[in-house]
Design a binder for this molecule. Structure first.
Ligand code: G3H
Ligand code: ZN
Length: 310
């Protein structure tokens, strides 16, 4: 399964979703890849414009390609939330497997025009690249927000979804179905969950007839995510949860050894912290039960979980 299109089709046929995790550095990439390897499931690595700017477009492409080739493993790379054609083409030329062309902030007709142009231009560079388009408004920023904004009036309708897909010819559609980018502090503490409009997802899937992506997956109710997959979601994006775990892991690693200056002796704690999140999300998206653990493992696991949050 070396092709993202095949991985998506297989996910749909088997009633699971591909986990998409954003990365900004090697700590995050190691955690994502090693979780997918442990569970033997395909995985999608995401890099937004800002994340690509930091890591280098060709550099992250080379890293993911090297993992795929060395381990003969289905790990794919997505150019997440790309707002300009120039940056979309740059990612396609670097070998990304997919591009999220995000013109959702523009008026609907303009979004259609720009996305259609992007699909044509990207496919002329790489006919097998997958292009995702976005409609509706789910807010911006994979970070901790002070206040949760009410985005209910921007939910996607099935007829908009149908029109958008037919006119742009995108391979994948990202709708607004109760999801939103980022988390409130209450969500970080686990006191509040995002809830999804499952009926709307099913109607959009029927109308659009292409795989759907759920953006803004962090802090979403687990039961809703399972139902959303059954209703037609094939890719789920998680970023803020990983960033929270990255920061907490990094702080724990530094605090554990105040005089340590060797990065590769500190950073494994951060990798492990992020990995607890990616493992748990991949299990949920791929219907893999958490293995029962013995008493000895239990003590180690409890110690790990106390350190690795959320
Ligand atoms: O594209 C990235 C995501 O949609 C992540 O959203 O930070 O709410 O998980 P999140
Ligand atoms: Zn997103």
């Amino acid at each position: 399964m070396r092709d993202l299109g095949n991985a998506l089709q297989l996910a749909r046929e088997t009633g699971v979703a591909l986990g998409h995790f954003n990365v900004s550095d090697l700590v995050l990439l190691k955690a994502v890849f090693s979780s997918a390897q442990d569970l033997k499931v395909p995985v999608l690595v995401g890099a937004s414009e800002g994340e690509r700017e930091f890591m280098g477009v060709r550099q992250i492409a080379a890293l993911v390609r090297s993992l795929r080739e060395e381990f003969d493993f289905p790990v794919f790379l997505n150019a997440d939330h790309t707002h300009s054609l120039e940056k979309a083409l740059e990612a396609a030329k670097a070998g990304f497997d997919s591009v999220v062309f995000d013109a959702s902030a523009l008026p609907f007709e303009q979004n259609i025009r720009e996305t259609k142009g992007a699909v044509e231009a990207l496919k002329s560079i790489n006919p097998s690249i997958l292009v995702e388009g976005e409609i509706g408004n789910i807010g911006t920023g994979s970070e901790i927000h002070e206040l949760a904004t009410d985005l209910s009036k921007y939910l996607t309708t099935p007829s908009e979804a149908k029109q958008f897909v037919e006119l742009t010819r995108v391979d994948v559609l990202a709708p607004a179905v109760g999801n939103m980018h980022g988390m409130s502090q209450e969500m970080v503490e686990g006191e509040k969950k995002k809830r999804l409009d499952i009926e709307r997802i099913a109607q959009i899937r029927t109308a659009a007839r292409v795989p759907l992506t759920l953006h803004g997956g962090s802090g979403t109710d687990d039961g809703d995510l399972v139902q959303a997959i059954a209703a037609g979601i094939s890719i789920i994006h998680i970023n803020t949860e990983l960033r929270v775990a990255w920061r907490r892991g990094l702080e724990a690693g530094l605090a554990a050894e105040p005089n340590q200056v060797v990065p590769y002796k500190i950073l494994p704690v951060a990798v492990e912290s992020v990995k607890q999140v990616t493992l748990s999300r991949l299990r949920l998206f791929n219907q893999i039960a958490k293995p029962a653990i013995g008493k000895k493992d239990m003590a180690a696991s409890t110690a790990r979980e106390q350190q690795a949050v959320p």
